[in-house]
Write a protein that binds this ligand. Sequence first.
Ligand SMILES: O=c1ccn([C@@H]2O[C@H](COP(=O)(O)O)[C@@H](O)[C@H]2O)c(=O)[nH]1
Length: 235
Amino acid sequence: MNNKPIIALDFPSEKEVVEFLGHFDESLFVKIGMELYLQEGPNIVEKVKGLGHDVFLDLKLHDIPNTVKSAMKGLARLGVDLVNVHAAGGINMMEGALEGLEAGTPSDQSRAGLIAVTQLTSTTEQQMQEQQKIKLPLIESVLNYAQITKQAGLDGVVCSVHEAATISEVCGEDFLRVTPGIRLAGGESHDQKRVATPNFARNHGSSLIVVGRAITNSADPVNAYNTVVKLWEAK
Ligand SMILES: O=c1ccn([C@@H]2O[C@H](COP(=O)(O)O)[C@@H](O)[C@H]2O)c(=O)[nH]1
């Protein structure tokens, strides 16, 4: 899997996606989330792959184990590079997801990476404690989700940059830490709560960063992307 910044294609339809990708003359790593997928269906994956880009299909599956297993089996045929579930679905559900993904992957293709969302980057410790009734520091909840994700055999987690280094220490360097909530210095946070810059992510344990609005809302998305790349790659 390449380690380019993953651009979140949070657009309402294929039209905006094609227009956006048309600005770039290189192969990208992009994320298709529920907004786009629920409007355009599996064809949007084929379209974006056909344009030569790697795809993280971010549908965050969360259901009973049998349902997630069957859904993953179907998704495996789309040939995406990375997919995910919610760790809150539990170990049996995550094992089912992995089984489905393995069963559905055509024999001439390699299986997509499978990761699990810990605590969304839009969640604060206070919200988690009050609304989810998890009476722990947020880092402990994230770490617990990371550990059960590893136990289920998945490849890594979605977390914020602020938990990435601890997860790496506990679960190992090879266990992926995919971190959304990335903003350029001084940029608006929007609905995100646990945010960080690309260079902070680089130095604090992220394996991959996910960047949406800092690039897609920019008047010059190629320049914004190149700025993110420079900061992410800077040592
Ligand atoms: O915890 C999570 C899990 C997924 N996301 C997704 O990442 C992008 C972030 O977009 P920005 O515009 O850079 O905020 C978005 O598609 C989310 O669905 C996340 O933010 N946090």
